[in-house]
Each structure stands twice: as structure tokens, then as C-alpha cells.
Ligand binder design. Sequence first.
Ligand code: F6R
Length: 644
Amino acid sequence: MVIEDQFMNLSDISYKEAGVFENTRFEKIHNVVFSNSNDASAVVANEIAALVKQKQDLGELCVLGLATGSSPIKVYEELVRQHKEEGLSFKNVVTFNLDEYYFMHPHNVQSYHYFMHEHLFNHIDILPENVNIPKGDIPANEILDFCISYENKIKSYGGLDFQLLGIGRTGHIGFNEPGSHNNSRTRLITLDHITRVDAASSFLGLENVPKKAITMGIRTVMEAKRVVLLAWGQNKAEIICETIEGEITSHVPATYLQNHNNTTFVLDEEAVSELTRIKSPWLVGSPDWNPDLSAKAIVWLCEKVNKSILRLTDKDYNDNGMEGLLAQEGSAYDLNIKMFNKLQHTITGWPGGKPNADDTNRPERATPERKRVIIFSPHPDDDVISMGGTFDRLVSQGHEVHICYQTSGNIAVSNHEALKFAEVALSLNPKDVSYQKIIDDINGNKEFAPDSPEVRQLKGIIRQKESLGATRYFNVPDAQIHFLNLPFYETGKIKKKPLGADDIEIMCNIIEEIKPHQIYAAGDLADPHGTHRVCLDSLFKALEEIKNKPFMSDCWVWLYRGAWHEWDMHDIDMAVPMSPDQVLRKRKAIFYHQSQKDGVMFQGDDSREFWVRAEERNKDTAQKYHSLGLADYAAIEAFKRYIY
Ligand code: F6R
């Protein structure tokens, strides 16, 4: 189905300016893509503000359907800003939220009621009586009547003028989980396991996540006059592709939106990475072939036809939309050799450069022979989890390796772990009241309340000492270990402060002090609101500030990926192989982080322990190299160079 521009009737012109405006034949829902979620959120906020004002001019109420979760946070921030700085009034606005957990008291910090007030309603001039959120604390026998009255109330205002949506990894909109019927209305629903797993970290454990919710139905959403769905980050890429390109099915409830005639998906670059036009653009047209795209296409082709690079034939290229590339390069033979060499040249056992060797085709420079290196680690264990093998090699090859732990990681230490240490300390010094206070604080902590400063300090120290165990095991002097404790992280809550000038200053200072030849950092793009991404932004901002200092001209930046994803093969600029022995050394280094072993607090959607994930990922990368026809290693760590 060809997407037409009439879908843009209500949209602000900036969608056209900022978004990629060429939806292909595979795509059944209009979508626009922004390079980052901040710009995208501002454009959506502008559309909402324009609608509110348009209704004001007409003397009408504006009826908004609102969502919670991480996706709309920046939209609400921008609306609050426009209210405070530009006088945008919400006096004519009536809101209906999509959903609320059941059972859930409105004052509980996990409730959507609390969320909406914290992010929006407390900061604007909306009339309290115009705010409608499903009630999560009514008795079970009142739910049906409540749901009917919620629907009737929406109807009494003439329906929703605008519905803001996020999307769950199950394809839910609102909490309409797989199986939801297209005629469904507001009702009680059982949450999907994946949805509960995704919510587990903010509830400090799966067991605390409610099993049910009250949600508007699919029909309720479909009757909105305008729908905008937001999705950010790689975690949403697969479900976004299924929703936009797949068939309409109750298994992916968001696909019902294919039948809505005024829907736009507003997405960032990571969220669209699985769309055919991004993932394999040669299947939808004749792209401009550059070296990066050729690499991506050839890796894709090998997987598709199940062959190594040097076995690809002209026919393989021609049959799979890559005839343009073939015509440009001459023959499969030339193309294959070129690509094989490109990949071969990414592999090195000398991540800091090989002394006295010709470095023309090596990822790193041979000189200076002994480099100063900074490894930035967002939490106090990402260094060994994500690049333990490379870290070990850099030290053993004589480089001066500094580890900079960006955040304290204190909230990821469980109370029972902290209690153990506090009790040991108290046993050694029974008269010290400060240990007793920590023990009392831990034992008296109410559900979901932030830890006291003393407990946070103890938890931070536990993580520091675990880190020192690992770095000493890799023979790094303690003087080269730096705990930056970036302030943005220190809220004691899952919700962090925005990145501030104080964070950037700390980053700039440490780089200036060490004057590194190499910087390694976690290049995680998967979660735009997660700590890894904020830590990466802190590096990017610091680099922006100091890039013109003379020592920076000799500093290369390498990005590794955190525990969740690996770089795509065509993105890898340096691949560092590990022998079976090195794999075991890396495992042992990870084991020093005992508070993050065995039932960790922030497990994410993967139940494997960190060392298992790291090993499987590194083994998988090695296998991918091997299946493309390159050497067979036990494990490989991968890096992408960042040019600043
Ligand atoms: C929230 C809601 C959900 C979320 C979805 C995505 O009111 O109804 O559908 O929009 O689970 O959540 P985030 O944005 O946190 O990824």
C-alpha cells in the first residue's frame, strides 16, 4: 500500500522537514524518522500545542488521550516548557489516560496516576476535574461499571481529538496485549509476561509487577481522530517493523492501526533499523552504493544464501537486488575479495596497535608504542563484561590503562547484600552506631522508598571494592582506577536527573588529566533513557568541549556495546579475538562483581547472568566471522570507531 500525504493534514510542517518522508511499498503505516528522540518529541509536542490553541480559538475543548511509560516523557517535558515559557494554557484541555495497573493505589509511585502528575499535570494549568485516568484501586465488582462510564465519558466529549501512544515489545498499545479484539473497549486485562518483565526493573523485581491493568480498548483508540505513536531505541525495532510491514493480526495489536486513516508513527533511527528500507534498502530500490552499504549488503547476502563471502556468485548478487553493486564493482570475484580483506583487516590481537609493524591495514596505529588508555564504564562492571578480553590484552601489552567508572551503580545493590556488609562491619566494631544506623535504615526501608544517604554510600563502596578486585586481577594499579560518581545518577531512584554541566565537567577533567591516546566507551543506543546512553552523551558532550585541545588530535575513540547487543558485522572496525584461556580470565574478572551475580536487581529482559551473556555474545561474534569465511576463534570482542 502506498502511503499518501493526506495523512499529514493535521501535522505540523516540521514533520516534513525533519522526517524521512519516503515510506516504501512494504510500509503500511505512515512514519517519520528523526535522528534523536528529543527533536522528535519536540515536534509531537508542537502538534499537540497547535491543536490545543486551534481549539482555544474556536472556543472548544481539546480532548487528549495520553500515554505513560518512557516514550512520551520528553513530549510532556516540552509541553510543560511551552506552558511555563510561552504561556501555553491547558484550561480547555480534557485528558483521558490509556491505562492503569490493577490493583494500584493512585498515590503509589509506580502508578500511572502518579506518573502523569509528576511529568505533566502538576506543572500545567489543566483543571483537575478534566483529568481522567482509569482507577486502579476500585473493588473488582465495580470494574465493569467503571469501564462503561469511562467509555461514555469519552463519547460525551465527542471522542478523542488526539491519541498519544507508545508501543510495548508485545505490540500492545495501551495495555491491549496480543489477542485483543479490534472491537474491544475499556476493560480489565491480564498483562503479558513480556510486558511484566519489561516493567520489572522499575518495580524492583518481576514479583512486584501487577498482573492486571485497566486499559482503553482497541476500538476506543481507533475512534480517535488523530493518532501519534512514539517509539525510541533498538529494543522497539523488531515490533515496529512487524507493526508497519506485517499483516493485521490480533497477535500484534498495534497492527490494527494500519486501518486508521490519520496515524503517524514518530520514530528515531534505532527504532526503524529493522524496516526493509533501512535494513536491506537494495530490496526496495536502487541505493547509492558506498563502502558501508556494500559491507552491510554482502554480510546480509551471505546470511541469506548461507555462504561465506568468497563463495558468492554473480547470480547471488543479481537474485537479491544487488545488481547495481555488481555493475559498479565489475564482478562477484572482485567484490568478494575486497569485502573479505575489509573484514580481515578488522581483526587484531593488538588493540593498542602492534609495535614496529606496518599499520596500513590495521585498525590501530603502531605508535606511540605505549599508549595511555581510558576505559569508560557506565556502571562498575561494564568494562569487564563488555571488553574484559581487550582490557586484559591492553594491560598485558604494556599500555597505561585507566578505568573510569562513570556512575556509582549503587541502586543495583540489593538490601540483603548491603546488610551482609553492614553486619560484618558492626561485628568488627560493635560500638559504632553508624553501622547500626545503616542496618536500621535497611531493615526499616519502606517499599520503593529511596535508600538513606548512608545506605547508598555503603552500596556504592561495595561496588567500588568489587571493581578493584577485578582490576587488580588484571594487574592495573589502584591509582589508575577512577570512580567519577557522575551526579546525574545520584538520585537514589531509578529515575535520574538530566545530564548537567557538572557531569560534563567531570568527564572533561579526567580526559584532560590523562590525555589518552585511546578512549573506550559503551556505545549503547538501545535505550535512549537508560544510564548507558546518558553516559555516552556525557562523553560526546565532553569531546565536543575539548576536541580542539592539542592532545586530542592524537586520541581515538572506540565504542563497545553493553551487555545487551553487539554491533552488526558491517559496523565493526576492530575485532579482538580471545583464546579459550582469555575467555576464562574474562569470566573470572566478571565474577568479582558479586553483587551483580545470582538474581541481580536490574536483569532486563534476559534471564542469563552477565558472564553467560558476555560469553555467548563473544562466541556468537566469532562464529559470524567464521561463517563469512574468516578464521575460527573461540570468542571476539567488537568495537566501532567514533569519529568526533
Ligand atoms: C502506557 C501504555 C503502554 C506503553 C508501552 C511502551 O500508558 O499504555 O502501551 O506505551 O508499554 O512503554 P515505554 O514507552 O515505556 O517503552
